[in-house]
Write a protein that binds this ligand. Structure first.
Ligand SMILES: C[S@@+](CC[C@H](N)C(=O)[O-])C[C@H]1O[C@@H](n2cnc3c(N)ncnc32)[C@H](O)[C@@H]1O
Length: 278
């Protein structure tokens, strides 16, 4: 019933309306979720659903919200964050006092705010810059507010950290990050399938988003992330993720879920050699 011809039209409409090319997402998983959504809104096929998206901005927003899976929490994978705190950040901070960090696909902000909290504890003077991006405007608006975190979002935050970096909202049930933490993070809309934002980053977090991408989209993304890192900079990926052929991009495993970019003097000769010997 959910025909393929209509699906091609739908893909083009989504690309035109949202800038997101769903062809770069894994089809099986994506189709199952989308089929369920199309049925839920009562459209008979993808063509009908695409027409609905074209004329109804509320439906378009509903689609955006649905296809981006926004699950996140502070200090997600606590042992990896401990490694970040105890090994990775101290080493980066030995090389420079102010760090340039990018949290790519940041959802409601728990991830970049977790890094902001660590930097405030480890090197409060900075100056640090944390850029946090996502393709989903709804989560970005919540992230900028920084005041919507429920008990499950903060379950990995120690009572000391809660007291130091958060305030309890008026309803008593949710938490807001303190203004000093919020001030460290700049949120911006960005599609990871496009070019990386301008900058040369000491640390890039790209976690729990590539699982939805095709192998080719992943390969291209990691190449862009590697290029956006400073020599010696670190890429932090999701707990079950590995960077395929990271060595070819100059990314060497340097801890659980961490890759360090070669220093220029090592990376350059290899790239030059590769192009000369072909
Ligand atoms: C599961 S959340 C991960 C959040 C956070 N990185 C973490 O690990 O807790 C995935 C996020 O990826 C975002 N996303 C999906 N496709 C994207 C794309 N093409 N560009 C940027 N963000 C994208 C979604 O909007 C969602 O907020």
């Amino acid at each position: 019933m959910l025909d393929d011809l209509g699906y091609a039209y739908f893909l083009r409409a989504v690309r035109r309306l949202t800038g997101v090319d769903l062809a770069h997402y894994r089809q099986g998983q994506m189709r199952r979720r989308l089929d369920a959504l199309v049925q839920r809104v009562g459209a008979r096929n993808y063509l009908e659903y695409a027409k609905l998206l074209e004329r109804d901005p509320a439906r378009l927003q509903e689609f955006r919200d649905y296809f981006t899976i926004n699950v996140t929490e502070f200090f997600r994978d606590p042992e990896r964050f401990r490694y970040l705190e105890q090994r990775v950040l101290p080493e980066l901070l030995r090389a420079r006092t102010g760090l340039n960090v990018w949290s790519a696909a940041c959802s409601t902000g728990a991830e970049p705010y977790s890094v902001a909290i660590l930097l405030r504890e480890l090197a409060p003077r900075g100056p640090h810059r944390i850029l946090a991006t996502d393709v989903d405007r709804t989560v970005l608006a919540r992230a900028r507010q920084g005041d919507c975190y429920g008990p499950s979002d903060v379950r990995n935050v120690s009572p000391e950290r809660l007291a130091r970096h958060f305030v309890r909202a008026a309803d008593g049930a949710t938490w807001a990050v303190r203004p000093e933490v919020r001030a460290l993070v700049e949120f911006r809309e960005h599609n990871l399938l496009d070019l990386a934002p301008h900058g040369s980053f000491d640390l890039i977090l790209c976690r729990n988003v590539v699982i939805y991408f095709t192998e080719e989209a992943k390969r291209q993304l990691y190449a862009r992330l590697a290029a956006a890192l400073r020599p010696g900079g670190v890429l932090f990926v999701g707990g079950t993720e590995i960077v395929p052929a990271g060595g070819e991009l100059g990314l060497q495993p340097s801890g659980p879920s961490f890759y360090r970019k070669d220093r220029a003097e090592h990376a350059l000769p290899r790239l030059v050699r590769a192009s000369v010997t072909r």
